[in-house]
Write a protein that binds this ligand. Structure first.
Ligand SMILES: [Zn+2]
Length: 348
């Protein structure tokens, strides 16, 4: 029995391991070395395992107390190496902060949030007003046939009114829509009256200066029913102007000509800047023109298969850019398309 292990012998061997590990751990320089050293003591074929092998030679009654001792030693060893790894991690972090040149006391860089484009916002505001009046959104293609863009809207071929809209043609019959009115035609061809729609979308005309862009946005409206009158048109437009520009805004209609309406009107609102007194923006008149409108021409109703004896309707259309320029005091339409972040951020 002399060389058989006993509890005391195992305990002192374990303690010796702990001391040895403590000394070694202090000299460790890298976490790789620390992991290797930990494995040397605690691995499956490590120094502690060697000691534990001798457990099996002990009489069963002693095994239990030896097991306790062995666990304590194992925990101590783990503690030593965990502490060493923590120390090395901190040292590596301190070193990298010293050498990488990162100044953690500097204020963080501001994050810029994206936001809706002012034209999108204006479109949404216009849509919202008409939706509250019972209009629903209708949509259609931007590349159109002559029939939907002109012919069905009472612009016969060679009609001089076609020159009012400088058109981009892809072929003699295919073009970029010059207004969103083709959506009205497509909707009426598709369903029976009553129809109460608004058509927001991009339109194209060969024209460019500080108030015109070759691509711009329109919102058009159409209401066709058995008894729709010019008075309804004015009522709807007044409600719209008051909601968009303020409660005291007045609306006036001036006779005008568009082929697809009869009678046709230009619609003015009291100047949003001077309230009607007269200023530079309204050219001292007190009024601003914001849209065109009128009663749908019988020829248009006939073209879509409606009976002009049975139904009537009104239509109106406005440029979103024009409305946005008035609402925000922007005097050059091109600012909306330059995408200069300094301009766009003002609308956040
Ligand atoms: Zn004015």
């Amino acid at each position: 029995m002399s060389d058989a292990p006993n509890v005391q012998a195992l305990q002192s061997r374990g303690e010796a391991l702990v001391h040895e590990a403590e000394r070694e751990a202090k000299r460790l320089q890298t976490s790789e070395a620390a992991h290797a050293c930990k494995a040397k003591y605690l691995g499956k074929k490590g120094l502690l395992a060697d000691v534990m092998k001798q457990l099996s030679a002990l009489p069963p009654e002693e095994r239990k107390s030896v097991g306790k001792v062995a666990n304590t030693i194992k925990e101590q060893l783990e503690g030593i190496f965990d502490a060493a790894l923590k120390r090395l991690e901190q040292e590596a972090l301190d070193k990298s902060l010293e050498t990488s040149g990162v100044d953690v006391t500097r204020p963080a860089r501001e994050r810029w949030l994206g936001t809706l484009h002012p034209l999108t916002r204006t479109t949404f505001r216009i849509i919202e007003v008409f939706q509250s009046l019972g209009f629903v959104i209708a949509d259609g293609p931007e590349i159109e046939h002559d029939f939907y863009n002109f012919e069905a809207l009472n612009f016969p071929k060679d009609h001089p009114a076609r020159d009012m809209q400088d058109t981009f043609f892809a072929s003699p019959d295919v073009l970029l829509r010059t207004h969103t009115s083709p959506v009205q035609i497509r909707t009426m061809l598709d369903r029976k009256p009553p129809v109460r729609i608004i058509c927001p979308g991009k339109v194209y005309r060969c024209d460019a200066d500080i108030t015109h862009s070759p691509m711009f946005h329109q919102v058009e409206g159409l209401w066709v029913d058995q008894r729709v009158s010019m008075a309804d048109l004015k009522g709807v437009l007044r409600a719209f102007a008051e909601r968009l520009f303020g409660r005291h805004t007045k609306v006036r209609l001036r006779p005008s000509y568009f082929p697809f309406v009869e009678p046709g009107a230009e619609v003015d609102v009291t100047c949003v800047l001077c309230g009607g007194k007269g200023c530079r923006v309204c050219k001292q008149t007190g009024w601003l023109e914001i849209l065109g409108a009128g009663m749908v021409h019988p020829n248009v109703l006939t073209a879509v298969g409606y009976n002009p004896e049975e139904v009537r309707g009104f239509a109106f259309g406005m440029g979103v850019e024009r409305i946005a320029m008035l609402l925000h005091g922007v005097d050059d339409i091109r600012l909306f398309f330059d995408n200069d972040i300094r301009f766009l951020r003002q609308f956040q």
